[in-house]
Design a protein around this ligand. Structure first.
Ligand SMILES: Cc1cc2nc3c(=O)[nH]c(=O)nc-3n(C[C@H](O)[C@H](O)[C@H](O)COP(=O)(O)OP(=O)(O)OC[C@H]3O[C@@H](n4cnc5c(N)ncnc54)[C@H](O)[C@@H]3O)c2cc1C
Length: 376
């Protein structure tokens, strides 16, 4: 593994830095107008679909360039790259990989222009980790599918224009073979979105009900019964996106600042040996995550898919979230009950740990598919 960057890659890093100098929002958190301007500047530069191929309107950035871009953005605490995380990270790439030309022409330009928001319909009231057991049905009727069932924890369904969803088209087939992926417009008659309040008070989750929702057969992404293949690739994209080490470095910077500001036994908490040990441990884990990330990157550069290994960083990240937010609560003591940045974070981090697959599921993946251990 070579940890050095080429001259061209260093030149790209300089380009990113000057883009950030010119376009980073002045306020923290940014205003709506600043966010619009930021996304507009990214769109102009072609960086919204950064890793998408040029023939699909993307920038065609290399994996290394993408790594550099994300690292620099995170170091400067830049807002997310685009307003539609799900659309840009896994829906778009899935449409590029499995979509018909008509689907690509319909969905990709509006995704890149920031004119659509996508939500993702995997989980159901009785189905989460065991995703392949999903029950939401789509029955073929002439040139249409008729969808009946429900999806839950659907992030942003109340704002989304489309849903990228998995349905069961063949209940007689084996669990994995009877699943199909559909791209459905959220304004179809029979779709009802009900909000689910979250611990932090932010409206993000919903339950979505489908009552005899009719969609044309050409809403199908890939072949009938091939939905599992689509979802496995989309999930690898989701997990590799979640496991960003640089974002945790910024969290650690904030935690170190908090340790300097708060006091233990009349002295700054940052002078307490136990606190220092904990902070040093976080630093070591984050460095390990970064190096692990480079390992996936090296694999991808050799033309191999970043598959199940992304579960390792997802698992480490989950443990880190738990330990880091616990330390901030301990440092704040009774003032941890007040409302603020640290308090909201310590209520909200569970979402990052569970979303995209729980820690136990990552352990199962690592033990069975990476270590080759038996299932029972
Ligand atoms: C922030 C956030 C955003 C989300 N956004 C979406 C979204 O947009 N769309 C969507 O479809 N879903 C979304 N989800 C749902 C998410 O995918 C599920 O919550 C997750 O897959 C877990 O499923 P579950 O909640 O049904 O828990 P369960 O699967 O019921 O798990 C409960 C517990 O049992 C353990 N467990 C389950 N099976 C096993 C096993 N085989 N071996 C060992 N332990 C096991 C789990 O680890 C967990 O501790 C989101 C969740 C969160 C937190």
């Amino acid at each position: 593994m070579d940890f050095h960057f080429t001259k061209a890659e260093e030149a790209f890093r300089a380009e990113v830095r000057s883009f950030l100098d010119a376009n980073l929002p002045a306020s923290d958190p940014p205003t709506e107008a600043e966010l619009r301007a930021w996304n507009h500047a990214l769109g102009e530069k072609g960086w919204l679909g950064f890793h998408w191929p040029k023939e699909h309107g993307g920038y065609g950035g290399t994996l290394i360039e993408q790594f550099i871009l994300k690292e620099e953005c995170s170091a400067r605490r830049a807002p997310p790259l685009g307003s539609d995380f799900m659309g840009l990270t896994w829906v778009g790439p899935s449409i590029i990989m499995h979509g018909t030309e008509a689907q690509q022409q319909k969905f990709l330009p509006e995704l890149l222009a920031g004119d659509s928001v996508w939500c993702t319909g995997y989980s159901e009231p009785d189905i989460g980790s065991d995703l392949a057991g999903l029950q939401c049905r789509a029955t073929r009727d002439g040139d249409e599918y008729v969808i009946n069932g429900s999806k839950i924890w659907t992030t942003l369904a109340h704002k989304a224009k489309y849903i990228f969803m998995m349905v069961r088209t063949d209940p007689g087939a084996s669990k994995y073979k009877g699943i199909t992926c559909l791209l459905v417009s959220m304004d179809r008659p029979g779709i009802e979105v009900r909000p689910i309040p979250a611990l932090t008070g932010v409206h993000s989750f919903n339950q979505v009900f489908f009552n005899d929702v009719r969609v044309p057969v050409d809403s199908r992404l890939g072949e009938e019964g091939q939905g599992w293949m689509v979802v496995v690739r989309a999930l690898a994209n989701e997990r590799s996106g979640i496991s960003e080490a640089t974002e945790k470095l910024r969290h650690l910077d904030d935690l170190i600042a908090l340790a300097r500001e708060t006091r233990r036994g009349g002295r700054p908490a940052s002078e307490d040996a136990a606190v220092r040990r904990a902070l040093a441990g976080f630093q070591a884990k984050i460095s390990a995550m970064r190096l692990n990330g480079m390992r996936y990157l090296t694999k991808q550069l050799r033309g191999e898919p970043a598959g199940t290994e992304t579960s390792v960083n997802k698992l480490v990240r989950g443990q880190l979230e738990h330990e880091m937010w616990n330390l901030s609560n301990a440092l704040l003591g009774s003032s941890a009950q007040h409302e603020g940045k640290w308090q909201t974070g310590s209520l909200g981090y569970h979402g990052t740990v569970i979303g995209g697959g729980t820690p136990n599921i990552q352990r199962n993946i690592i033990s069975e598919r990476i270590l080759g251990l038996p299932k029972d």
